[in-house]
Design a binder for this molecule. Structure first.
Ligand code: GDD
Ligand code: MG
Length: 360
């Protein structure tokens, strides 16, 4: 097993306040573009050929990752003119694969952070003699995912993408977004039109009697679909809860990148990342947050579970809690921003412009 397809296209991103210029897979998590973690983990599992299937902003991936040789990979890029959906994107890159018809090909959703044992997924696939093997995980609320019930042998019995009614919620096992496909199954996906692997390919295969196998694995798993999840994932990478060979430095409470200036009495905790050239002022505290390159955190600011974009400025004593401040935005002194608020790129909020608590 040597090759993989990484899906990084589609409807884009809910990280928009930051990603007007940077597509989500390139937003830094623990100091490097998120995609680096997936690529490094695939490499560590023995993958040496990766095809990046994308439908947007392809021009930002190639200059950064090049031919993949820095990562020990052979990396290729395929860009869809119009988004082809997950299945269409997979089919669209089939001609780039080198595997024979019965050989396993790995496929990853590009927005998942996980400690999945990739080799174990391939072994399960081979042992079961499956056509497709899916990594499954258990979540409390499965409604935003693909539900995948299995029988006692691990054989998939149904695939229900984004269930709409309570009756459809038949399991808490969900599609975790990593698959092993037999190459021949990839070739059988219709070509040249949008196809959803979740809504068309998997249900169709089951109906045709194909063997879909599920491997339930309760290792670290996070869908980085929201800014809140993205910040959490970055912190978990720094803390070492989410394993990745691409974290640039030792795991611990904080990661301070080259050229960042942190005042001696500033407190950085909970997997906080301070990007290259960023500055953190005296008495500031930053917990479980990501501060991107060149950003400035003012004296006495208190930042929790938040994302501060590149070159953004957070004024003195300002409080951020579960907030996203877009690249280049300026939040003046004594503001209080909470509860999922998103400040768009380059926006300016004057001093004491927004508060939740009393005016004291
Ligand atoms: N190239 C390409 N073209 N990639 C696409 C396209 C497309 O048209 N559409 C989606 N993708 C990529 C996305 O970039 C993402 O990496 C992956 O395919 C899944 O698409 P999402 O849009 O993120 O789907 P989701 O999060 O709602 O649901 C998917 O992931 C869940 C796990 O996080 C499904 O696979 C669910 O079944 C699954 O539970
Ligand atoms: Mg997703």
């Amino acid at each position: 097993m040597t090759e993989a397809i990484l899906l990084v296209g589609g409807k884009g991103t809910r990280l928009r306040p930051l990603t007007v210029r940077t597509p989500k897979p390139m937003v830094p998590a623990a100091g490097v573009p998120f995609l680096s973690h997936q690529l490094a983990r695939a490499r560590a599992a023995g993958v040496d050929h990766v095809v990046l299937a994308t439908s947007y902003l392809a021009e930002v991936f190639e200059p950064y990752f090049g031919d993949g040789s820095d990562l020990g990979l052979h990396l290729e890029y395929v860009t869809e003119t119009d988004p082809l959906g997950t299945g269409g994107a997979i089919r669209n890159v089939a001609s780039r694969l080198r595997s024979g018809p019965d050989e396993p090909v790995l496929i990853f959703n590009g927005d998942i952070l996980t400690g999945l044992d990739i080799r174990a997924l391939v072994d399960t696939h081979t042992t079961a003699g499956a056509d497709v093997t899916l990594h499954l995980t258990r979540v409390e609320d499965p409604r935003a995912f693909g539900l995948v019930p299995t029988d006692g042998d691990g054989r998939v019995t149904a695939f229900l993408e984004k269930p709409q009614t309570p009756e459809e919620i038949v399991t808490d096992q969900i599609n975790a977004g990593a698959y092993v496909f037999a190459r021949s199954v990839i070739d059988s996906i219709p070509e040249g039109r949008p196809v959803s692997v979740e809504r068309e390919t998997f249900p169709g295969l089951l109906e045709a009697g194909a063997h879909l196998h599920g491997m339930v694995d309760s290792t670290y798993w996070l869908d980085l679909g929201t800014p809140r999840a993205f910040v959490r994932g970055s912190a978990d990478l720094v803390l070492g809860r989410a394993p990745s060979p691409a974290v640039p430095g030792a795991c611990g409470d904080r990661l301070v990148l080259d050229g960042a200036e942190v005042a001696p009495d500033a407190k950085l905790t909970g997997g906080t990342v301070i990007g290259a050239g960023a500055r953190v002022g005296a008495g500031a505290s930053v917990d479980g947050s990501t501060v991107l390159e060149g950003a400035v955190i003012g004296e006495g600011a208190r930042i929790t579970d938040s994302l501060v974009g590149a070159r953004a400025v957070v004024g003195p004593r300002t409080l951020l809690h579960d907030a996203v401040v877009g690249d280049g935005a300026t939040v003046g002194a004594d503001n209080e921003l909470r509860d999922g608020v998103r400040v768009w790129c380059d926006t300016h909020i004057p001093a004491a412009g927004i508060r939740f608590s009393s005016d004291q």
